[in-house]
Design a binder for this molecule. Structure first.
Ligand SMILES: NC(=O)c1ccc[n+]([C@@H]2O[C@H](COP(=O)([O-])OP(=O)(O)OC[C@H]3O[C@@H](n4cnc5c(N)ncnc54)[C@H](OP(=O)(O)O)[C@@H]3O)[C@@H](O)[C@H]2O)c1
Length: 249
């Protein structure tokens, strides 16, 4: 089992939340790290809080932007597709563009990364290493208002298993967080996020929601264990086995 010291880690969607926590942990462990995001201000703020990161403006749902991030970073060992947003709503109510957006984040972005990584392997810029996709506890259970998310995350996990066979010598895995405290998660909780987190925690097996740093640890485990391939690693404290506590607004 290796570590990330001296390795090159690219985090797509790394200016906040789980992506930034992963970038920070990899940097702390001696990796050379680059993050991407769609907003320069958020990238600048992330770099101000976390020194030693490279940052490239780009949308991971754009093939040109993904290729640009690979080109600018150069040699790369590990890629984590951390970016994305929330999508809730009943199937019949969701506009096409919202559904397309999630498909772009959770299916097309991995396809673009796989294409770039394959080119990097052929060019000798990526000799071994890994790609880690973002799934979520909602792949393992369904709730009203999250049918589309459930369906697309199931597809993401299917893609992990197929890419694990196709991308050798690279390994392909996914992390599947449950409720994890991040800026995006807090924005779902209404006017009193603290009270809502206390309420939700009571329903969870470990009586708390997750921390972004805990997801980051799992991502680094997937990056550094050279025999984990095609795996989905859950960081939800077994929350996926109990009734959902998130109140959709
Ligand atoms: N937090 C949770 O409880 C939880 C649980 C399971 C799964 N997830 C999933 O994990 C992902 C990240 O969530 P988070 O809570 O860490 O959110 P967050 O704090 O909002 O961070 C999202 C990051 O991704 C970037 N981003 C979003 N869309 C992007 C795109 N198309 N291209 C490049 N960068 C993009 C954002 O920056 P810009 O907006 O500037 O691009 C930001 O840096 C989401 O897909 C979410 O569904 C989260």
């Amino acid at each position: 089992m290796g570590d990330v010291a001296g390795r090159r880690v690219l985090v797509l969607g790394g200016s906040s939340g789980i992506g930034l926590a992963t970038a920070r942990l990899a940097r702390d462990q001696g990796a050379h790290v680059a993050i991407t995001g769609r907003h320069q201000g958020r990238l600048d703020a992330a770099r101000a809080r976390t020194t030693g990161l490279e940052a490239f403006l780009g949308d991971m749902t754009s093939e040109a932007d993904v290729a640009d991030a690979f080109r600018r970073f150069g040699a790369v060992d590990h890629v984590f597709l951390a970016g994305g947003g929330a999508l809730f709503g009943n199937v019949v109510d969701l506009p096409d563009e919202k559904i397309d957006g999630l498909i772009r984040e959770r299916i097309w972005a991995p396809v673009y990364v796989a294409r770039c990584a394959a080119q990097h392997v052929r060019a000798g810029h990526m000799k071994s290493g890994s790609i880690t996709l973002m799934s979520g506890a909602l792949a393992s259970r369904v709730m009203a208002g999250a049918a589309i998310k459930h369906a697309i995350l199931c597809a993401t996990e299917g893609l992990v298993r197929g890419l694990a066979l196709e991308m050798a010598p690279l390994r392909v895995n996914a992390v599947a967080p449950g409720y994890t405290r991040t800026p995006a998660f807090e924005s779902l909780l209404g006017d009193d996020p603290e009270a809502e987190i206390v309420r939700m925690s009571a329903n969870l097996p470990l009586k708390r929601i997750g921390r972004a740093e805990e997801v980051a640890q799992a991502v680094l485990a997937l990056m550094t264990n050279d025999f984990i391939n095609g795996e989905v690693l859950h960081t939800d404290g077994a929350g996926r086995f109990v009734a959902p506590a998130l109140r959709l607004r």
